[in-house]
Design a protein around this ligand. Structure first.
Ligand code: ADP
Length: 170
């Protein structure tokens, strides 16, 4: 059984992430989308909220039926999550060269930590989604811009709610 882990902060889930999940699902029998609690980035949504937004996106979208897709939060080392699920591969999306430098370093580190037992698969971002990063989506939403081309409708709404809360605080 081929089991892959797609880790990230998913704060929030975007069409770019969903494209990677859809494509990774063609390569494995099970994909665990690992929502990192400690990614070093300050998060807008809690892990539970990010998981909920992801699950709704997965229910609404069209994904390969022969792959089981599970969403799970984690606050451990990636290789510990991999061991827990008996996963053999890590899936990562690469948007541009600068992503690759970081990703290559992470994959070498994880390979070493796992005693070279795991492989990282890099999927090149679909040209259509290459410019999408959760970080930018949050900035655009915060400034009142239209994020509907980049994230599913329920995520637009969740971002709107947070923006509403923030603006009433001002
Ligand atoms: P971000 O960099 O947007 O904050 P994450 O930390 O959640 O995203 O990223 C999880 C993984 O998804 C990383 O491998 C990242 O490179 C990849 N990814 C993020 N956005 C895209 C996109 N638009 N297209 C392809 N891969 C992406």
């Amino acid at each position: 059984m081929r089991i892959g882990i797609y880790p990230g902060s998913f704060d929030p889930i975007t069409f770019g992430h969903l494209d990677i999940i859809r494509r990774a699902a063609k390569l494995a029998d099970r994909i665990i989308v690992g929502v990192a609690a400690h990614s070093g980035k300050s998060a807008l949504f809690s892990v539970d909220e990010r998981i909920k937004l992801l699950n709704t996106a997965l229910e609404q979208g069209d994904f390969p039926k022969d792959c089981e897709i599970i969403v799970e939060g984690f606050d451990t080392l990636l290789i510990d999550l991999m061991q827990k699920h008996k996963a053999q591969m890590v899936v990562r999306g690469v948007r541009q060269y600068s992503d690759f430098e970081y990703e290559a370093q992470m994959s070498a580190l994880n390979a070493k930590l796992s005693d070279y037992d795991i492989e990282t698969i890099f999927l090149a971002a679909n040209a259509e989604y290459q410019s999408i990063a959760s970080r930018f989506i949050k900035q655009v939403a915060e400034l009142g811009g239209d994020v509907s081309p980049f994230v599913p409708k329920h995520v637009v709404e969740a971002l709107g709610n947070i923006q509403g809360i923030n603006s009433t605080k001002l």
